[in-house]
Design a binder for this molecule. Structure first.
Ligand SMILES: *Cc1c(COP(=O)(O)O)cnc(C)c1O
Length: 366
């Protein structure tokens, strides 16, 4: 048996007919950018997150870049974020000329620790950018409370957690602006790149739309130096089909997580800690094992793929050397990067596959 970390083809095959029909309709329509499909998708996505505004973009990284600009972030401003996330979170901050300021994670939830974040606030801090890592919402009450106290913004990186809830509220709609990616492996993944931002703030929505479209609202007249960052009609049409299934797929992920918990609880590997008052959507099923590399190769040799999310914390990345961090600065993030081992997780994962993975892990740990 071979089991991939994520099987995109298995999901595609369940909706192939609908997808092909939707693509054909767009091709026949003669409108490929900024048309009806994008418009409807934005409305449907906004409804799902209970947001007033949704503005689609070319990818999740652009969502972050545009959101930072729209919140008025300028060169030299400091943005506090997690050192334990995909690189794009910090890259977007640096891309707008701001300074990524890292604060350590909570060792149990793997999300940015509000206490550590608060300790990094200076007069230059413009926003906190928590990441809902691996599908589990960050401690938003704490971040909103800190933000209010220091008059700064909260910008959510919800790229890994579309469909997750924090105390009943959809993530992406809690901070001033929320950023989502439709990269193919994300919980709502397109067949190419795509992204969106959610906000209740009219000014932010307008700015993102303006900047994503060459700083222009009226054709050939430009108010600002912007970007070209658009979702196209074909992606939007396919995402509309997948959006209707997101709830079901996220529920299936939660079910797989429950099965893993039952199968693996007495193996000695650390299983994901889920905060009771949130809805975790298990974008990645991350475990910890002290013999991580040995277990990974044991599974690999027997056909089971695993992932190291993430092998190197961001403050220790070569690209971030200019920020001046050193090993030991964020002990929780650094320790996790040594033990983190993701197991296969996708809605179509079968019980037999999970039993096989569990059997191998039991065998290895004995
Ligand atoms: C995927 C991801 C991004 C970037 O999204 P892209 O669509 O790949 O640009 C940003 N932040 C996090 C946490 C992500 O997982």
């Amino acid at each position: 048996m071979t089991i991939p970390l994520i099987d995109l083809r298995a999901q595609y095959l369940t909706i192939r007919t609908e997808l092909v029909r939707a693509v054909e309709e767009v091709l026949d329509s003669g409108i490929y950018v900024a048309g009806r499909q994008v418009n409807l998708f934005e409305k449907e996505a906004a409804r799902l997150t209970l947001s007033k505004y949704a503005v689609s973009t070319a990818n999740g990284t652009d969502s972050l870049v545009l959101a930072l600009h729209a919140c008025g972030v300028e060169p030299g401003d400091e943005i506090i974020t997690s050192p334990y996330t995909f690189f794009a979170t910090a890259e977007a901050i640096a891309r707008v000329g701001a300074v990524p300021v890292f604060a350590d994670i909570d060792r149990k939830t793997y999300n940015l620790s509000p206490d550590h974040a608060e300790a990094q606030i200076t007069s230059k801090t413009k926003a906190i950018l928590p990441v809902h890592l691996f599908g589990q919402p960050a401690d938003m009450d704490a971040f909103l409370c800190i933000a209010q106290r220091y008059h700064i913004d909260v910008i959510e990186d919800a790229c890994q957690a579309f469909g997750a809830h924090y105390k009943g509220t959809p993530v992406g709609s809690i901070g001033r602006v929320g950023c989502v990616s439709f990269f193919p492996t994300k919980n709502l993944g397109g067949y190419g790149d795509g992204g969106i931002i959610f906000t209740d703030d009219e000014h932010v929505a307008r700015q993102v739309r303006l900047l994503a479209s060459h700083g222009s609202t009226e054709r050939y007249y430009h108010e600002a130096i912007g970007y070209n960052s658009r979702l196209d009609e074909i992606q939007a049409a396919m995402l509309r089909i997948k959006l209707r299934k997101l709830e079901e797929w996220n529920r299936l992920r939660q079910k797989k997580a429950t099965v893993y918990k039952e199968l693996l609880q007495d193996t000695g590997i650390t299983l994901p800690y889920t905060i009771p008052e949130v809805r975790h959507v298990y974008h990645i099923y991350l475990t910890e094992c002290e013999k991580r590399d040995e277990l990974a190769s044991y599974l690999q040799q027997r056909g089971v793929a695993t992932g190291h999310y993430y092998p190197c914390a961001l403050h220790l990345q070569k690209a971030c050397a200019y920020l001046g961090y050193r090993p030991g600065d964020f002990p929780a993030a650094e320790e996790l990067s040594r033990y983190a081992l993701a197991l296969p997780m996708f809605p179509e994962l079968t019980l037999a596959q999970q039993q096989y993975i569990s059997h191998l892990i039991h065998q290895f740990m004995r």
